[in-house]
Write a protein that binds this ligand. Structure first.
Ligand SMILES: [Fe+2]
Ligand SMILES: [Fe+2]
Length: 178
């Protein structure tokens, strides 16, 4: 807890942790939806399984942090449960490339979101900042894996990307407050 000052920053970092925990939870649900549809042992399924393992670790860390700091988790978790899984399953049903386009779009928004948080935290909360920095690097890896796996070849790629990114921004905005 070095450098964390409960007095002046508590409200901000609490909202940050709430949305970050919600986001990592959503990520595990998206990948669970994709895994439910993707052919086991396909190249795509292996990529998704590896990324899903990292999302699980991200979620566990934020679960621990919101418990330690007594931050109220989002009340929208049941929605992200269903919406995340549905997004993952739907994109994987479209094609492997669409599943990858979903990951690319999600991780692009998460990178933007984590970067904004890091700028806002500054030196106020080194513990949280280090966690976000570590996870952001892995989200960027996920984005690049999805790009390399042919995300842009998905049918309807521009529309899909726009829709998924808009959905992410909406989910982020809601989870900060609710
Ligand atoms: Fe993550
Ligand atoms: Fe990720």
């Amino acid at each position: 807890m070095n450098g964390w000052r409960p007095g002046d920053r508590r409200a901000d970092t609490g909202a940050m942790l709430r949305v970050d925990q919600a986001g990592e939870y959503g990520a595990t649900r998206i990948y669970a939806g994709q895994m439910a549809v993707l052919r086991a042992n396909s190249h795509c399924a292996k990529l998704v399984a590896r990324m899903a393992g990292q999302e699980k670790r991200h979620l566990e860390r934020f679960d621990r942090m919101i418990a330690e700091r007594r931050v109220r988790p989002t009340a929208l978790q049941p929605i992200w449960n269903v919406a995340g899984f549905a997004l993952g399953a739907a994109t994987a049903l479209m094609s492997e490339e669409a599943a990858m386009a979903c990951t690319e779009a999600v991780e692009t928004e998460i990178d933007r979101h984590y970067s904004e948080q890091l700028a806002e935290i500054g030196d106020d909360d080194p513990d949280l900042a280090a966690t976000i920095e570590e996870f952001r690097a892995e989200e960027l890896e996920h984005r690049d894996i999805a790009r390399d796996a042919g995300a842009a070849q998905a049918v309807g790629y521009p529309l899909l990307t726009t829709a998924v990114r808009a959905g992410c921004r909406l989910a982020i905005g809601l989870s900060k407050r609710i």
